[in-house]
Design a protein around this ligand. Structure first.
Ligand code: GLP
Length: 242
């Protein structure tokens, strides 16, 4: 595991974007696993800036997002599909048909999760998976549990996750109670992983995930067993690392 400490949020975002660009330039038809959240807004901003500067093309790239809320349609402004469109997809030359997220609006969420996992496998897997991290160590929406879930599945969100994500909704009552997420197995099968975090509020969980015991109670700790992980943190998020 390589740990890169960036000075600021902007610097972290740029370094993560450069790792993505290295993949896309080396293999223009690569498959990216994408994430949402505040950490990724700067990353996508840097990718859009570099696309506009002519540094790379996404025309042959396929993407699979980590997760999606259950019960929100793709055009709901709180959906992760909407987040991806407004922060990245609408501003680059990616083919919308090659961008994939779990179908949160499906009436049979579990069946659509199984189909999503099969689609990733059939496609040949993910080359580079981007990850943020929740305050409780979740990656995607894999919450602390007694086991590491394998494939894409539905989850009930913890109160702390709903609370943390409620800042983007009018009230906590509007935050969906369930989500579809890639499993820990899906994430671990990616050929390469980049985990990004910023801010002092992530320092304790970064320390636990990177240096503590590997346990499903801290889902991100499993990354200690992945052969190709780069962690990019700003100084505040790195402040509890020795
Ligand atoms: C959400 C997403 C995660 C993301 C996490 C951190 O819960 N499901 O994929 O990593 O939040 O988000 P942020 O970057 O806003 O701290």
């Amino acid at each position: 595991m390589e740990i890169v400490v960036a000075a600021t949020y902007e610097d972290m975002a740029r370094k993560v974007a450069e790792l993505v660009e290295a993949w896309v330039v080396a293999d223009p038809s690569c498959t990216l696993g994408l994430a949402t959240g505040s950490t990724m807004i700067g990353v996508y901003g840097a990718l859009v800036a570099d696309y506009r500067a002519g540094k790379l093309s996404f025309a042959d790239v396929d993407t699979y997002n980590l997760d999606e809320y259950c019960g929100l349609t793709a055009d709901d402004p709180q959906s992760y599909r909407y987040f991806m469109k407004t922060n990245l997809f609408d501003h680059i030359d990616i083919d919308p048909a090659r961008t994939h997220l779990p179908d949160g609006a499906s009436s049979d969420a579990e069946a659509s999760c199984i189909a999503y996992e099969a689609a990733i496998e059939e496609h040949g897997g993910i080359d580079l998976q981007l990850l943020g991290i929740g305050h409780n160590g979740h990656i995607g929406f894999n919450e602390p549990d007694s086991f590491f879930p394998n494939g894409t599945h539905t989850v009930e969100l913890t109160d702390s996750t709903r609370q943390a994500n409620s800042r983007l909704f009018n009230s906590i009552d509007e935050v969906p109670t369930h989500a579809c997420t890639m499993g820990i197995g899906t994430i671990m099968r990616a050929r390469s992983v980049v985990l990004a975090a910023s801010g002092a509020d992530k320092a304790a969980i970064i320390k636990a995930a990177l240096t503590g015991p590997v346990t499903p109670e801290v889902p991100a700790s499993i990354l200690q067993f992945h052969p190709h992980v780069t962690v990019v943190v700003d100084e505040a998020a790195a402040s509890e690392l020795a």
